[in-house]
Design a protein around this ligand. Sequence first.
Ligand code: PBG
Length: 324
Amino acid sequence: MSFPEHRPRRLRRTPALRELARETRVTPADLFDALFVVEGSGVREPIAAMPGVSRLSVDQLADEAKRIQDLGLGGVILFGIPSHKDALGTGAYDPDGIIPRALRAMKKATPELLTIADVCLCEYTDHGHCGVWDGSSVHNDETLPLLARSAVVAAEAGADVVAPSDMMDGRVRAIRRALDEARLEDTVILSYAAKYASAFYGPFREAAESAPQTGDRRGYQMDPANAREALAELETDLAEGADALMVKPAMPCLDIVAKARERFAVPLFAYQVSGEYSMLQAAIERGWLESPRAVDESLVAIRRAGADRIITYFAKDYARRHRG
Ligand code: PBG
């Protein structure tokens, strides 16, 4: 059908008609907040490169968890920033480490709120790499048991979901086996299966003090030039026992999100990462982009591409503006 029988503008004339024609919605429950947890008490320390985001100490988390729950968000992912770092990232699998303490505090305050523990060594190692560093590269197989221990420790402290973000080969299988052996067979694994070596993680590394001291992450994270490889990674992680999959970053990878949605039936997450957030905030601060329209458009685009759920630093802001 073509003009004049067909007039696409008819369905765009009023807000109610646009509502009628809308294909994709973003609800607060689709969004997951990300929190940076630090040692100390009474700490709410703004992160310069991420306006509106702060590092919080454990005693702040009960209130924060209640806010997140009241806003109707889908849940929260936690990143720990320990005061002590060492070569093997021991803080990542210390049962009294920052994340287990954070999880216990949150589970006490809001038992129903879904908690995800990011599983990676980079925030805990003094060299800043995501695994055991041998001076020139990260040793894959020596890293696996450490990741598995971190996942068990987080699950024992109450994490509903563990989310490995290290990109070691075989980590999903290693984590699944360790969880099952510890009788944590109901703990969900959300795998950052297609995680690119992206420049858009820059502000996060400032926030989490996790920038590699030497070298970079291209020896284990994916080359942004590759798409088929991402599908292979997603497939492998599913076969190893992942319950849900994640693509990261989000906006630079909408093609990967769309392909993953077509191919896999499990819940699909996309992570709108720190650089995507900071880029929008910086342009909004300068008056170059209109807020909140630019933010909402970024989120609906990620949903439209096929992500069921989005991890985003805009989660609370979006939910405040779209309360049911
Ligand atoms: C690794 C991890 C990173 C992010 C999430 N998990 C950093 C990295 O791989 O360098 C980035 C998230 C963001 O940029 O918002 N633990």
